[in-house]
Design a protein around this ligand. Structure first.
Ligand code: AMP
Ligand code: MG
Length: 316
């Protein structure tokens, strides 16, 4: 066991915060059973209100303690996807503090697929509540450097596990209704979930089911205004524009900077590159970012969801 993990685990046990890698994004973790420690997460992230957090556990046994029951369909899903980028929402056990679930009768749980995350959970012996390790609403961190740059002064320990292999947040499926409900598209593709458990109702606030733009909480957002659009028409003249695109563009002359997410057009590779590419563009002092939507399948759903939420206030 690495000395650093031991130190980090002790901080968790003592009610402190640790930033740690998962396969999706870096998390800012606290002992999920200690409401004071969890409150500190909201403080450090500057979240305006208490949102429910995902609780990270090491295995099925530890998940079982946090919930009242595991419906058969949920079991089937986690058997395939855990450890991995799938979160299930289930009726919570009374031991889970209200601050973790925003007083909902449900808890969101997952087993992350990253050795450092699993070591930290096992060594601390605690379930770890963790949102992404970034200030509220900003681009999610996919390297330890991203965390250091934004929260370094507020978080004592940042475990470095290199770049996240999946790169977008977990898929969230709720089992509170008769029919399973997709609450957030993410690293586990909806098609694979439906192949296993049948119909899943999609109830996300993103590209799947657009509301009026003003109603949506902006999230995953760069500081530079971002527009999500297929076309190059209507681009303002005389502005420095950055392009975020899946494959190499036919014509890159209108752009000061271009980020290609995957030259092969591979959506998994694109997801893994998404947040770091957004950050690089954001650091170039551009006037505007244009993002092309990607094919709406597999991890493409999660990519479009994040781009949509990063963009909705910035219609041309
Ligand atoms: P993040 O930690 O930033 O990946 O975001 C956590 C996501 O999980 C948010 O979108 C929450 O709304 C969702 N979530 C967490 N717990 C619950 C719950 N009990 N019911 C529904 N959604 C949840
Ligand atoms: Mg987040």
């Amino acid at each position: 066991m690495m000395l650093e993990i031991q130190k980090a685990a002790q901080i968790i046990q003592e009610g402190g915060l640790v930033a740690f890698p998962t396969e999706t994004v870096y998390g800012l973790g606290a002992d999920a059973l200690n409401p004071y420690a969890v409150a500190e997460i909201f403080e450090v992230k500057n979240r305006p209100q208490f949102d429910p957090l995902i609780v990270h556990v090491a295995d099925m046994r530890q998940a079982d303690i946090l919930v009242q029951k595991f419906p058969a369909l949920a079991l089937k899903l986690v058997e395939k996807f855990w450890p991995g980028p799938l979160t299930v929402v289930l009726p919570k056990s009374p031991m889970v503090p209200d601050i973790v679930t925003s007083s909902l009768p449900t808890v969101a749980v997952r087993v992350p697929n990253h050795p450092l995350a699993l070591d930290l959970i096992r060594e601390s012996g605690r379930p770890i509540a963790a949102p992404s390790a970034n200030p509220f609403g900003a681009v999610s961190p996919t390297t330890a450097g991203h965390v250091r740059n934004s929260l370094g002064s507020k978080v004592e320990v940042i475990l470095d596990g290199g770049p996240c292999s999946v790169g977008v947040e977990s898929t969230i499926v709720s089992f509170m209704d008769k029919e399973p409900v997709l609450l957030r598209p993410g690293g586990a593709p909806l098609e694979e979930i439906q192949a296993l458990i049948g119909q899943v109702r999609v109830q996300t606030t993103a590209a799947e089911k657009p509301l009026a733009p003003g109603q949506l909480p902006q999230h995953y957002a760069p500081r530079t205004p971002l527009v999500l659009d297929e076309s190059l028409e209507n681009l303002p003249e005389g502005k420095k524009i950055g392009l975020l695109t899946l494959r190499e563009p036919r014509d890159s002359t209108p752009f000061t900077a271009v980020e290609v997410l995957s030259y092969k057009g591979d959506l998994k590779e694109a997801a893994a590159n998404l947040f770091a590419a957004l950050r690089r563009l954001d650091e170039k002092g551009l006037d505007l970012l244009l993002a092309h939507p990607v094919p709406h399948e597999g991890l493409g759903r999660a990519i479009n969801d994040r781009l949509y939420k990063a963009s909705h206030k910035n219609q041309l």
